[in-house]
Write a protein that binds this ligand. Structure first.
Ligand code: PEP
Ligand code: MN
Length: 417
C-alpha cells in the first residue's frame, strides 16, 4: 500500500470552482493509476483539499511596497490584498462553507463515475515536449487501455464498482486550533462486521477506520472518541510541532489518523518524545511522519530519524514531502522549486529507507491540475524566465499537471527497481 497526498499549498475561496476541483481530482487519479500500474500496490489517495485554508508563517509582518503589514495567513484568517490583512472572524465561516462545498462537489463527482478507470485516454499530454517521454507515457496509457479491453473480453466486468469508484480522502494542516476544535465531535466508530473491512483495518494506514465513522448511535456500545470531522487526516506543521505546544496536545486527543511534518531541525530524541505523546498506544499507522529535509539534507537527517524510530515500538507511515525543503527564489523574485531537487529527495528517500531496512510508504506533494508555471524543470522543461507567464500561487509553488505526472512516473519506475 502506498500513500499519495497532494494539493495546493493554500486553497483560496476563489479557486473553489468546479473546474479547479475537477482538475485536481483528475491529476490525483491519473497519478494513482500510473503508480498502481508501475508499483503494483494499492494507492491511498488523500487530497490537500476541502479545508487547506490556513498558513503558518515564520514572521508575523512583512514589508510590501515600503509598508510594514501583517503577513498573509491563509484565507481562513485574512486576505492576500494588503488592505485585508487584519484577521476577520467571518472568514472562519467562509472557510467552512467553501470546505463543505468542495467536499460535496467531490462526492458528487465520485458518485457519478468520474473515477471510472476506463478513460485514461482523456489524458492531456499536449504539453509533453520531449518525444521520448511522450512515447513512454502513451505506451503506458495504451497498456492500461489494453488491460481493460482484455478484462472486458474475458467477461470481467470492468464497469463494476471496484473499477468505477474509488476511495478518496481529504486532509489539511490542523493549524487554527479554535476552528479545528469547533469541528471536533465525540463519536463512536462502528464496525461493518464485514471481514474485508476488518482486514483493511489491519493495514499499515488507518484510513479504513474513517470510512466506518458515523454519528449515528451504534447498537454495540463502543468507546466514544474525539474525531475531527473537517477532514479524514490532519497534520501538524513543522513550525507548530513543539512537544509542549497546543497542537501536539490537541492532536494527541483525536482519533483521526494524523501526520507530523519532520524537518531538518528535528532532533531524533525530540521525534521520539513526540511519537510517545501522539502514539502512546503504539498503534500501527496512527502517525504518518512527513519528512521534508531538502535534497541536500536528506542523507544526513533521514537515516538518524529512521534508526531512532526503529529502536521504539512505534510503527509509523513514512511519507516524503520533497517540496518544502526545496523552495528557492528564482531570479524574478518568485518562489520556485526545481524538479531535479524534488526528484533527488524522493529517490534518496527510496534508497535510504531500503538501506535502513525500512520502506518509504508515501509521498506528499504540492500540486495542481492546472497548467501553472510555478516550478521549473520536468518533461516540458519549464525555465526560470517562463515562471511569470502563469504563476498563480499565493503561497508556495505547485507542480503543474504534467510535472505531477512526471513525478508519478518517476516514483513508479524507481520504486520497483
Ligand atoms: C505546508 O505543508 O504547506 C507547510 C507549510 O509545510 P511545513 O509545515 O512542512 O513547512
Ligand atoms: Mn506549502
Amino acid at each position: 500500500m502506498f500513500l499519495l497526498m497532494g494539493g495546493d499549498c493554500a486553497e483560496t475561496f476563489d479557486s473553489c470552482t468546479s473546474t479547479a476541483i475537477t482538475d485536481k481530482l483528475k491529476i490525483l487519479l491519473q497519478m494513482s493509476l500510473v503508480m498502481i500500474w508501475g508499483m503494483r500496490v494499492p494507492i491511498i489517495r488523500v487530497a490537500r483539499m476541502a479545508g487547506q485554508y490556513a498558513k503558518p508563517r515564520s514572521s508575523s509582518t512583512e514589508v510590501v511596497d515600503g509598508k510594514t503589514v501583517l503577513t498573509f495567513r491563509g484565507e481562513i484568517l485574512n486576505g492576500m490584498d494588503i488592505n485585508e490583512r487584519n484577521p476577520d472572524p467571518k472568514r472562519l465561516v467562509e472557510a467552512y462553507f467553501h470546505s463543505a462545498a468542495t467536499m460535496n462537489f467531490i462526492r458528487s463527482l465520485l458518485s457519478n463515475n468520474f473515477a471510472d478507470l476506463q478513460f485514461p485516454n482523456n489524458w492531456d499530454l499536449e504539453w509533453v515536449k520531449d518525444e521520448d517521454v511522450r512515447l513512454e507515457y502513451t505506451e503506458i496509457i495504451k497498456k492500461l487501455a489494453d488491460a481493460f479491453d482484455f478484462m472486458n473480453t474475458i467477461g470481467e466486468n470492468t464497469h463494476n464498482s471496484a473499477m468505477t469508484s474509488i476511495d478518496f480522502f481529504t486532509a489539511h494542516e490542523g493549524l487554527v486550533l479554535e476552528y479545528e476544535e469547533a469541528m471536533t465531535r465525540k463519536l463512536s466508530p462502528i464496525s461493518t462486521g464485514n471481514s474485508k473491512s476488518k482486514s483493511s483495518l489491519k493495514s499499515s494506514l488507518s484510513f479504513s477506520s474513517m470510512k466506518n465513522l458515523t454519528a449515528a448511535p451504534s447498537t454495540e456500545k463502543k468507546p466514544d472518541h474525539f474525531y475531527n470531522t473537517s477532514a479524514h487526516f490532519l497534520w501538524i506543521g513543522d513550525r507548530t510541532r513543539q512537544i509542549n505546544g497546543a497542537h501536539v496536545e490537541y492532536f494527541r486527543n483525536i482519533r483521526n489518523p494524523i501526520g507530523v511534518k519532520v524537518g531538518p531541525t528535528m532532533e531524533p530524541e525530540e521525534l521520539i518524545r513526540i511519537l510517545d505523546i501522539l502514539d502512546s498506544n503504539f498503534e500501527d499507522g496512527r502517525v504518518t511522519l512527513i519528512t521534508r529535509y531538502g535534497c541536500n539534507n536528506v542523507d544526513k537527517n533521514l537515516p538518524l530519524h529512521i534508526k531512532a524510530v526503529q529502536k521504539t515500538r512505534h510503527r509509523v507511515v513514512w511519507c516524503c514531502d520533497p517540496c518544502h525543503g526545496n523552495t528557492v527564489t528564482s531570479p524574478s523574485g518568485l518562489k520556485t522549486r526545481n524538479l531535479v531537487d524534488i526528484t533527488k529527495e524522493i529517490q534518496r528517500n527510496i534508497i535510504i529507507h531500503r538501506e535502513c531496512f525500512s520502506q518509504l510508504n508515501g509521498i506528499h506533494l504540492e500540486l495542481t491540475g492546472e497548467h501553472v508555471t510555478e516550478c521549473v524543470g520536468g518533461s516540458e522543461d519549464l525555465e526560470h524566465h517562463t515562471l511569470p507567464t502563469n504563476y498563480k500561487s499565493f503561497c508556495d509553488p505547485r507542480l503543474n499537471y504534467l510535472q505531477s505526472l512526471d513525478i508519478a512516473f518517476m516514483i513508479s519506475k524507481h520504486f520497483s527497481k
